[in-house]
Design a protein around this ligand. Structure first.
Ligand SMILES: O=c1ccn([C@@H]2O[C@H](COP(=O)(O)OP(=O)(O)O[C@H]3O[C@H](CO)[C@H](O)[C@H](O)[C@H]3O)[C@@H](O)[C@H]2O)c(=O)[nH]1
Length: 331
């Protein structure tokens, strides 16, 4: 019997999280079709299926991809995602994230591709004074990035109500680590994330790690985040897509472990992996940073059957380190 190949359109599939999702999709028997403009992604990261180089602001190129591949679902990772940059250039965030998503959602509906998995963020919750954030926590973003993602969540609800677009929304906490096989990993230019910058400082690619803010209302004064391994996150996406393919309806899920770690605790954990000290300098707070973002993660576990298997700090740091030591790694 000839098996029909099931394609999944993966926007942003050449980026960090999207590429890991492609690997897990391929392993689960799907064909990930990457749609990416390479503004922050890497052609070298497209390893698990076809590549369409296109821009979400160009509706015709999206329509062509739907027409050519007839995907069973969309995973929408493509976005600008830096909190600091979103504060200094909000127009770019609204245009790219919101207009791009509107084009994609309209194209999906028109093509009859009614299963949509969306990358949202804990930044939609804003700064909530140390409470553990569950999916019913009111969303009050404090930066343009979070506001743009919240707007897209609303858009999905509206298109769900009007046209029956089925959607799963994932609100990520802090994604870290890399594919333990070393096929893909995190490579941003410029790099802004804590763990890769810390490794750069340890390995001498940068003189030091700047700790942004020491006076937050947290136990040691540095920001607290909930770190989740990128492969665990990718697994959740396949579970979320299967949830939609099984007709289980629209749902938002947090993706975090439920445990928060301060910047200082992350630095301390790196010593246990590398046996090296992190050269640090103390800097001011970064605009748009919430003091603490920790996930209530019961819903994804209970309803999706998701369990993070790799999301310990040492494992995430070890996998990120392995990737950064690969020949050809550039930063
Ligand atoms: O050089 C650095 C870089 C980061 N940090 C601190 O480390 C923590 C983590 O910062 P990251 O930049 O690694 O991650 P963010 O929490 O800013 O961002 C993550 O969470 C955001 C939502 O809050 C968005 O989803 C974003 O895309 C995602 O990377 C923050 O407290 C930040 O202030 C430093 O002290 N020094």
């Amino acid at each position: 019997m000839v098996q029909m190949q099931k394609h999944v359109l993966v926007t942003g599939g050449a980026g960090y999280i999207g590429a890991h999702a492609c690997k897990v999709l391929a392993r689960a028997g799907f064909v990930p079709v990457v749609f990416d403009n390479l503004s922050t992604g890497w052609a070298e990261a497209v390893k698990f299926g076809p590549f369409v180089q296109g821009d979400l602001l160009d509706r015709a190129s999206i329509d062509a991809a739907f027409h050519q591949y007839r995907p069973v679902a969309v995973m929408h990772f493509a976005a600008l995602s830096l909190v600091g940059e979103s504060m200094s250039d909000p127009g770019r965030y609204w245009r790219t994230n919101v207009n791009g998503s509107l084009n994609l959602i309209e194209a999906a509906v028109q093509a009859g591709c009614m299963n949509f998995v969306f990358s949202s963020t804990c930044a939609t919750y804003g700064d909530q004074d140390g409470v553990v954030l569950d999916e019913d926590t009111p969303q009050h973003p404090i930066n343009s990035y979070g506001a743009s993602k919240k707007a897209i969540e609303e858009m999905l609800k509206n298109f769900g109500a009007a046209y029956g677009l089925n959607h799963v929304i994932f609100r990520y906490f802090n994604v870290a680590g890399a594919d333990p096989d070393g096929e893909i990993g995190e490579q941003h230019r410029p790099e802004t994330h804590l763990i890769p910058l810390m490794l750069d400082a340890i390995e001498g690619r940068r003189p030091a790690l700047t700790v942004f803010g020491q006076d937050y209302p947290t136990p040691d004064g540095t920001c607290v985040r909930d770190y989740v391994h990128v492969m665990d996150l990718a697994d959740a996406h396949v579970k979320g897509m299967n949830w939609l393919l099984d007709g289980r309806g629209n749902r938002a899920f947090n993706l975090g472990t439920g445990h928060g770690f301060s910047v200082r605790q992350v630095i301390d954990a790196s010593r246990s992996v590398t046996n090296r000290d992190v050269p640090i300098v103390q800097g001011p707070r970064r605009a748009g940073d919430a003091a603490a973002l920790v996930s209530g993660s019961d819903r994804a576990r209970a309803e999706l059957g998701w369990e993070p298997h790799r999301s310990t700090l040492p494992e995430m740091i070890r996998d990120a380190l392995g990737w950064s030591q690969k020949p050809g790694f550039l930063r």
